[in-house]
Design a binder for this molecule. Structure first.
Ligand SMILES: C[S@@+](CC[C@H](N)C(=O)[O-])C[C@H]1O[C@@H](n2cnc3c(N)ncnc32)[C@H](O)[C@@H]1O
Length: 337
């Protein structure tokens, strides 16, 4: 065996051992999750085809891949439809500095046993932080945060006040947790200055993708920003699903979406917009937000497993002075004139 081959075998063996070590550690810490995972794997092995049959047509047994040729076409379609599209180059040394300061090894359970996802996830967190330009004056809400460490990391690195929000949290506001549907949050207009959705927006089922954009327009202060990363765009309207993670018929798909059923994906719903659906679903709900789509040029330079290509940055417009409500004293003066 050549030295190179020996090194590769050793690296692979170490990765497998690390993965099984993490699996065992995680199963001990979260026995409930381990049981649910085991049951899903059994269902998948025995009944996946039956779950697939229960999904309505048109559908396909496939994963929605990140095809670079399709992405080039999408950029052309976006420009033709007059969306604002700008190139984004990741600054590698700035990313390395973010990762060193964020200390992700403080969160050993993040990404579960699938540490292969960490380069992509941490890159998404970095990209959102850059585009949001976080500062100590900000009130940041991490929408559909699940168990993400980003609120704590953003607080530590940028000094902002942070909230985490998710459908699975107890409803209402409890400390820095906001529970319930992100499309109707129990907070006042202008509550937040910055928001991000990392790997979340695609999970918003039914019409909640449209409603959450409208809600962001209400909850953000003028000048505020929402960053959606990745922003999944494609040349056809598709929804990816793993049909064995929910009872048959429990997810409602729009009639005009192709359903891509992906064995082992482990999630209910992942929406990818084509340009006509972006125009029909998002544009009418901007509610005072302006959308810029950033196209990442060099995600593969971070790691071959990285795939983020599009980022949606929504900015809440600052009203022009002429649109501001005029103070009563001013109106009274005019009357006196
Ligand atoms: C893949 S997880 C999010 C991952 C997380 N943001 C991260 O970066 O690690 C998707 C989350 O979206 C949440 N979700 C789906 N629909 C939602 C809604 N309408 N309101 C709030 N959260 C929602 C789910 O509960 C789930 O926790």
């Amino acid at each position: 065996m050549r030295n190179d081959d020996r090194r590769h075998v050793a690296i692979k063996r170490k990765a497998v051992m690390t993965k099984s070590g993490r699996q065992i550690r995680r199963a001990i810490r979260h026995p409930d999750k381990a049981v649910r995972y085991g049951m899903r794997k059994v269902r998948q092995a025995l009944f996946w085809n039956r779950y697939y049959d229960a999904v309505r047509d048109p559908k396909a047994k496939t994963r929605v891949d990140m095809d670079p040729t399709i992405q080039v076409d999408v950029v052309q379609d976006l420009k033709a439809a007059r969306f604002e599209v700008v190139d984004y180059n990741i600054d590698m040394s700035d990313l390395r500095s973010y990762l060193a300061r964020a200390c992700y090894d403080r969160y050993p359970d993040y990404c579960g046993t699938d540490i292969g996802r960490l380069p992509e996830k941490t890159l998404e967190h970095y990209l959102a932080a850059q585009l949001l330009e976080l500062s100590p004056q900000d009130v940041y809400v991490d929408i559909a945060a699940s168990d993400s460490p980003t609120p704590e990391i953003y607080h530590d690195l940028y000094g902002c006040t942070v909230y985490r929000q998710d459908l699975t949290y107890p409803s209402g506001v409890h400390g820095n947790m906001i529970g319930g549907d992100a499309a109707s949050m129990p907070v006042a207009d202008g509550f937040a200055t910055k928001m991000a959705m990392h790997c979340s927006f695609e999970h918003f089922e039914g019409d909640s993708d449209m409603r959450v954009i409208r809600e962001a327009g209400r909850v953000l202060r003028p000048g505020g920003r929402l960053c959606i990363v990745p922003f999944y765009l494609r040349n056809h309207y598709v929804v990816q699903t793993d049909p064995c993670v929910y009872p048959a018929g429990n997810v409602q798909f729009e009639d005009d979406a192709l359903i891509c059923c992906t064995k082992g994906w482990g999630h209910r719903h992942g929406r990818h917009y084509d340009v006509p659906h972006l125009r029909a679903r998002i544009v009418p709900n901007l509610n005072g937000l302006q959308l810029t789509i950033h196209v990442v040029a060099n995600e593969k330079a971070v790691g071959q497993s990285c795939y983020v290509k599009f980022i949606g940055l929504f900015r809440k417009t600052v009203p022009r002075q002429a649109d501001w409500p005029l103070p009563n004293s001013f109106l009274a003066e005019r009357k006196a004139d």
